[in-house]
Design a protein around this ligand. Structure first.
Ligand SMILES: NC(=O)c1ccc[n+]([C@@H]2O[C@H](COP(=O)([O-])OP(=O)(O)OC[C@H]3O[C@@H](n4cnc5c(N)ncnc54)[C@H](O)[C@@H]3O)[C@@H](O)[C@H]2O)c1
Length: 440
């Protein structure tokens, strides 16, 4: 099938490469000329395991191409996926500018039937808005061309995006248009051969499903973070509690880790957008509000522990910091807890020496004008002369450090672990002052 993907970010590029890998003829459009030039030259603008190889292979086979030419992109795909960003607007609502601009472009240039699919995470009612915008453009042109609009929210996880796309738990399609539903079935059938996990529902339910999924996952995280803080007070161990409840099949183990709070390009903005949607209908989402509030506080917890140990003013102190991306296996630092931690340390006069296995380039871009942030080439290089180590992201390579070497390099053997990577007893025996989350 001929497909156009509009927007080549995490979702667009992964979807485009995967659809091409299934044999479709895919053209990816992005307005960012630098990004498209990189892709055309065989480069990948983001870090995502397995993606580079997939893009190279399918580009070489002629099934995956990139363009900045809108007219060409509208002419190409019988199915047009909108996968552009929906960042938070100032009032917390999803900024729909890019989605509606993409829809308008389709209306402006289409000459035959198009199935337009919203893959971006968009507020309830967007399929109708997209339909109206295309209609408006066609009327302006004085033409009547049939088209279909469907919603197909994406559930992939950064860091495992290719695998998630190719082996989805389910594919949600919001459609009340038979042509659109058929096109989605045809496209997704190859990855749903084992058993049919395509769930067709009305567009509004599909749109709400995406927000509901993210809100539920964020709720589990905030719930555990709040209980971890209680565990610290009452002398319990949140890891034991996690095992104790995760083993209950009704609860399960996923998303029950206490830590430094959730970040990334999705949870924070989607939670806010959901709150905003509720507000538009005169409702408060009490649970979702609490989830957000707990998360904001949790991002400060590690700074609070630093304050209790080192005092309010941190002038002359240097902190080693491991992990910058909002989670392992990605270079994405949007809303990353590391940014809150670094910001808090700098505002109190400290210097920070940071390391991340893949997000260093992104960090250099973000902190280009910040002389108090130093960039190290390895975990150990951050430690020399630092007053303490702070761990923010649970990358695999942080799991088994040489503790004797770590002690020698740090000025004082203090570790703040925002991800509970080490055994508190082991740390005690090793003579390291160890602060983790919800454990003693
Ligand atoms: N990142 C994730 O893990 C993830 C997972 C599920 C859903 N989502 C959702 O998918 C959407 C995209 O997210 P992302 O992380 O891939 O975004 P991104 O910011 O990485 O990429 C968006 C791309 O769209 C391009 N763009 C913007 N306007 C355009 C236009 N009019 N025409 C063509 N290109 C345009 C931008 O230049 C950019 O390259 C968002 O709504 C997000 O919430 C993201």
């Amino acid at each position: 099938m001929k497909i156009t993907i509009i927007g080549t970010g995490y979702v667009g590029l992964v979807s485009g490469a995967c659809f091409a890998d299934l044999g479709n003829d895919v053209l990816c459009l992005d307005l960012d000329e630098k990004k498209v030039a990189t892709l055309k030259a065989g480069g990948i603008p983001i870090y995502e395991p397995g993606l580079e190889q997939l893009v190279r292979h399918n580009a070489a086979a002629g099934r995956l191409r990139f363009t900045t030419n809108v007219e060409e992109s509208v002419a190409h795909g019988a199915v047009q996926f909108i996968a552009v960003g929906t960042p938070p607007d100032q009032d917390g609502s999803a900024d729909m500018r890019h989605v509606l601009a993409a829809a308008r472009n389709i209306g402006r240039y289409m000459t035959e039937h198009r199935v337009v699919v919203d893959k971006s995470t968009v507020p309830v009612g967007t399929a109708e808005r997209v339909h109206a915008v295309i209609d408006e453009e066609l009327k302006r042109r004085g033409v009547s061309i049939p088209f279909s609009v469907a919603s197909n929210p994406e559930f992939l996880k950064e860091g495992a995006a290719v695998a998630d796309f190719m082996r989805p738990d389910r594919v949600v399609v919001g459609s009340s248009d038979e042509l659109a539903t058929q096109a989605m079935r045809q496209l997704y059938n190859p990855i749903l051969r084992n058993h049919d996990r395509l769930l067709v529902m009305d567009p509004r339910s599909a749109e709400l499903t995406k927000y509901a999924a993210n809100a539920m996952l964020a709720t589990r995280i905030s719930f555990m973070n709040e209980l971890a803080n209680l565990a610290e007070k009452v002398g319990a161990n949140i890891e034991s509690v996690r095992h104790g409840i995760g083993s209950d099949q009704r609860i399960g183990y996923h998303f029950l880790y206490a830590g430094v709070g959730y970040g990334g390009s999705c949870f924070p903005k989607d939670i806010q957008a959901l709150q905003h949607t509720a507000g538009e209908y005169g409702m408060n989402l009490t649970i979702v509000d609490a989830v957000e509030k707990v998360n904001r506080t949790q991002k400060q917890r590690i700074l609070e522990k630093v304050r209790l140990r080192f005092g309010e003013h941190l002038d002359g102190k240097t902190f080693a910091l491991w992990g910058l991306s909002f989670k392992p296996n990605t270079d994405d630092m949007r809303e990353a807890p590391s940014r809150v931690v670094i910001g808090g340390l700098l505002s109190r006069g400290a210097k920070v020496c940071v390391y991340d296995p893949v997000a260093m380039e992104e960090a250099r871009r973000i902190y280009a004008k910040e002389p108090a942030v130093k960039f190290a080439a390895s975990t150990t290089a951050t430690l020399d002369g630092a007053d303490a180590l702070i761990i923010v992201t649970e990358w695999k390579e942080f799991r088994s450090p040489d503790f004797e070497d770590l002690k020698k390099r740090l000025k004082s053997p203090v570790v703040f672990d925002g991800r509970n990577l080490y055994d508190p007893n082991h740390m005690r025996t090793a003579g390291i002052e160890y602060f983790s989350v919800g454990r003693h």
